[in-house]
Design a protein around this ligand. Sequence first.
Ligand SMILES: Cc1cc2nc3c(=O)[nH]c(=O)nc-3n(C[C@H](O)[C@H](O)[C@H](O)COP(=O)(O)O)c2cc1C
Length: 192
Amino acid sequence: MDTHFRPVALEHASRLINHGPTVLVTSAFGGRRNVMAAAWSMPVEFTPPRIAVVIDKATFTRELAMASGAFGVCIPGAALVDVVYAVGSESGRAVDKFAKHGIEAVPGSVLGVPLIESGCSAWLECRLIREPHAEDTYDTCFAEVVAAAADERIFASGHWSVRDDNLALHTLHHLGAGHFVRGSGVLRAKPL
Ligand SMILES: Cc1cc2nc3c(=O)[nH]c(=O)nc-3n(C[C@H](O)[C@H](O)[C@H](O)COP(=O)(O)O)c2cc1C
C-alpha cells in the first residue's frame, strides 16, 4: 500500500500532540481491538518522550490498554470528523468499531498496537507506564512513546506544515457536543 507516512524522531514526537488535537486511542488484546476518541492528551516528559492521556476507567479502551500494556494515539485529519465523533459516542465492547466504520489499521512495529494511517496525519505507539497505586483512582494514563510517524504532506523534518492544499489532514479540536474546529489559520509570531 502506498503510504505518505514517514518515521518521526522520538525527540519530535511531543510536537504531534503539543497543540491539543483530538486523538483516536487504539488498543488490542486477546483477539479484540478497539478505538475511541480522546480530547484530553498532552506531552509530559522530554526524554524519553512520555505523554498523558485521559482514558476513562469505564471504557473498553482502558480495559484493553491495561491488559496489553500498550495503546496507540492516532491524530485524525479533519476529513475524519464524523468517524471521530462516532467512535467517541459508542462502546467497542459489543461491536468492532474498525469494521463498523471501515477504519483500516496497521500493526505497530514495536508493540503491535493497531495504528490508523488512512485519514490521519500521524500516530504514536505508546507503552503504558504502570501505576498500580493510581490505576483504580485516576482516569489519566501515562505512557512512553516508543515509535512515531507522520504523513509527510503535513508534518516533516519535525514541523507541522498546515496549508490550504492539505486541509483534509488538518487536526480536529473538540469544542463539545460534536462541534469541532480545524487547526487551521496559522499565525506566525513576529519578534517584538
Ligand atoms: C470528541 C470526543 C472526545 C472525547 N474525549 C475523551 C477523553 O479525552 N477521555 C475519555 O476518557 N473519553 C473521551 N471521550 C469519550 C470516549 O471516546 C467514549 O466514552 C467512547 O465511547 C469509549 O469507547 P470504548 O468503550 O469503546 O473504549 C470523548 C468523546 C468524544 C466524542
